[in-house]
Design a protein around this ligand. Structure first.
Ligand code: SF4
Length: 351
């Protein structure tokens, strides 16, 4: 079976014409796929019954994901789903909402999608990393995570505003499927999300960063650095590949130069591990003057043996970067009480 959510609009046109129908029939399918979210072909009455039957004969269907668990944070702003893609393929997708500053305005609704089941990068503080790698997700399985939440939001009169590739897995290790999903999700005859509303987060695979820079897309890049030197980084991200911290910083610089999009460095702050003033100074020295931004993320208190630093240490870390002229913000992880760190819900439920 081929899922129709796998096809780019141009491919849908080609398929329709190969089946003996006129080009415009493609839009009769694309519009409902991305605005009405039908469960099956029979939910699209606009297309002739004979064409629907042809799709089925040729092995095309509308794939669906089955929600098996849903947890919502106490403040209602974070929703985490466990979706079953097929037998034993459980993935996590998260919705994070930020209320609008305008009275009666719609909230900012960011979907955090997974690109792999498990992850080979083995970050020691990450539940997904401890699972190991199981498999890559297909583009349509990435798209379907967005569609699932888009449908939920539509029922509330809201819509998806942002998308981050920060769920389970390393997106650049599943490059082709990730790019296909991005092209479908940003295509004006597909899901139609603005490229600038998308961020891809990587552990720092420099070959993938350079490839992404050449795509001529206006998407944001976040690099999970977590340490300013190779010795410490190897302890925290043991299997993230051969690239040194210096090479990763340079790849970030090239990305910025090519795309004009500012690069964010993610820094998970862990008590007694990478939160000392000396390490903050080393990080400041490394990033000074390159126009990037650091997101300091005091780690989720439930992340294994790692502990969140106290507030004073977090502020001191931030102050050192700030005084050195490095843009930074402290991001408090949302939904800590609902296992919102990546891979945590799946580990809690599936094991
Ligand atoms: S933090 Fe990201 S890259 Fe590291 S193991 Fe977890 S999912 Fe993989």
């Amino acid at each position: 079976m081929t899922d129709l959510y796998r096809l780019l609009p141009e491919e849908m046109e080609e398929l329709v014409m190969n089946l003996g129908y006129e080009r415009y029939r493609a839009d009769q399918i694309l519009y409902p796929l991305y605005y009405k979210y039908p469960k099956s072909l029979s939910d699209i009455p606009q297309i002739p019954k004979a064409l629907r039957e042809k799709f089925t004969e040729e092995g095309y269907e509308i794939g669906s994901s089955n929600e098996t668990h849903r947890v919502v944070s106490d403040d209602g702003n974070t929703t985490k789903l466990l979706l079953n893609l097929s037998e034993n393929q459980a993935i996590e997708t998260v919705l994070m909402q930020y209320p609008s500053s305008k009275v009666g305005g719609h909230p900012r609704s960011t979907i955090c999608v997974s690109t792999q089941i498990g992850c080979a990068m083995g970050c020691v503080f990450c539940a997904t990393g401890q699972m190991g790698f199981e498999s890559n997700l297909k583009a349509e399985q990435i798209v379907s995570q967005v569609i699932h939440f888009a449908k939920l939001l539509q029922e509330r009169g809201e819509h998806v505003t942002n998308l981050v590739f920060m769920g389970m897995g390393e997106p650049l290790a599943n490059y082709d499927e990730m790019i296909r999903a991005i092209k479908i999700l940003t295509h004006d005859r597909g899901f139609g999300l603005g490229q600038r509303h998308i961020t891809v987060s990587t552990i720092g695979i420099t070959s993938g960063i350079d490839k992404l820079a050449e795509e001529n897309l206006q998407i944001g890049l976040a690099i999970s650095l977590h340490a300013p030197n190779d010795d410490l980084r190897k302890k925290l991200v043991p299997t993230a590949g051969p690239n040194s911290v210096q090479e990763i910083i340079e790849a970030g610089r090239r990305y910025y130069k090519k795309t004009g999009r500012r690069v964010t460095f993610e820094y998970a702050l862990m008590k007694g591990i990478n939160d000392s003033p000396e390490i903050a100074e080393e990080l400041a020295w490394l990033l000074q003057g390159n126009g990037s931004h650091v997101n300091i993320i005091p780690i989720n208190p439930t992340a294994g043996d790692f502990r969140r630093p106290d507030e004073d240490s977090v502020l001191e870390f931030e102050r050192i970067l700030y005084n050195a002229g490095v843009n930074c913000t402290v991001r408090v992880e949302k939904g800590t009480e609902i296992s919102a760190a990546c891979g945590q819900l799946r580990t809690d439920i599936v094991g």
